[in-house]
Write a protein that binds this ligand. Structure first.
Ligand code: 6GU
Length: 243
């Protein structure tokens, strides 16, 4: 999968994706992150890409031309691509969107800065508007790397062989069960006995119940969307009494 990022700060993207799981996925060519500096498409000798807003007001607005030309440079005559504009006005990013976008072969992420981007280029090239939450950032770059991380880890092969994305929080609208590793005792606290019992059926049951309890306590809003067996529902009912 290829992520093209149109940005004025390509280092913010390249540096962030160079580490850990995503960095390895890039090195092994499972994904490609192609940051394009919009400033390279400036058409004046000062490499200026923003200007004063028509009608007045604070701040500067990114001009449409350089963004449009940077986008065109990706097309090489082929069909249009899906272009996500990172903006607090967008639809809030979530795991479902990550899964949906992970099906694409290529994605263009457009990062705005300053007071915004000239509306005409947004109308012309943007297919999706995405926000990463209800707060205001200084630019779209952090949103872009959040999206790249969440989407890339769903690309087959990016996580190790052990299918670690199947069981996890949100994929089934339940939070994950608690994890423990050595040492067996830490600050006087022991690992739950069941995890060292070797009874895999009991361990799975305990983990399921822990997921249900956690979700009930921390994110009860998720339970409506979760796929719950009758046993799960009975367990939740009994646990709720104690809360
Ligand atoms: Cl994606 N961009 C900006 N600039 N601000 C945001 C955002 C994105 N998501 C939340 N706030």
């Amino acid at each position: 999968m290829i992520f093209h990022v149109l940005t004025l700060f390509p280092e913010m993207i390249d540096e962030t994706v160079s580490h850990s799981v995503i960095g390895r996925a890039i090195n092994s060519e499972l994904i490609n992150v192609n940051s394009i500096n919009i400033r390279d498409y400036a058409n004046n000798k000062h490499n200026q890409v923003d200007d004063y807003p028509y009608g007045g007001g604070p701040g500067m607005v990114m001009q449409p031309g350089p963004i449009y030309d940077a986008y065109q440079s990706l097309l090489n005559g082929k069909e249009k691509k899906r272009v996500v504009f990172l903006t607090p006005q967008g639809k809030t990013f979530n795991q479902k969107m990550a899964k949906e976008l992970a099906k694409e072969e290529e994605l263009v992420l457009l990062c705005g800065h300053y007071e915004g981007i000239d509306e005409r280029v947004i109308e012309e090239i943007v297919t999706d508007e995405v926000s990463i939450g209800d707060y205001v950032l200084t630019g779209g770059e952090l949103g872009a790397v959040v999206m790249i991380d969440a989407i890339a880890r769903l690309v087959p092969g990016v996580l190790g062989s052990d299918d670690s994305s199947v069981d996890e929080s949100f994929s089934n609208n339940l939070l994950e069960y608690p994890q423990y590793t050595r040492p067996k005792e830490f600050l006087g606290k022991s690992v739950p006995d069941i995890l060292t019992s070797g009874h895999h059926a009991n361990i799975n049951k305990w983990r399921r119940e822990q997921s249900l309890i956690r979700t009930l306590k921390k994110r009860p809003d998720l339970l409506d969307k979760a796929d719950l067996s009758e046993e799960d529902q009975r367990f939740i009912k009994n646990s709720s009494k104690g809360l």
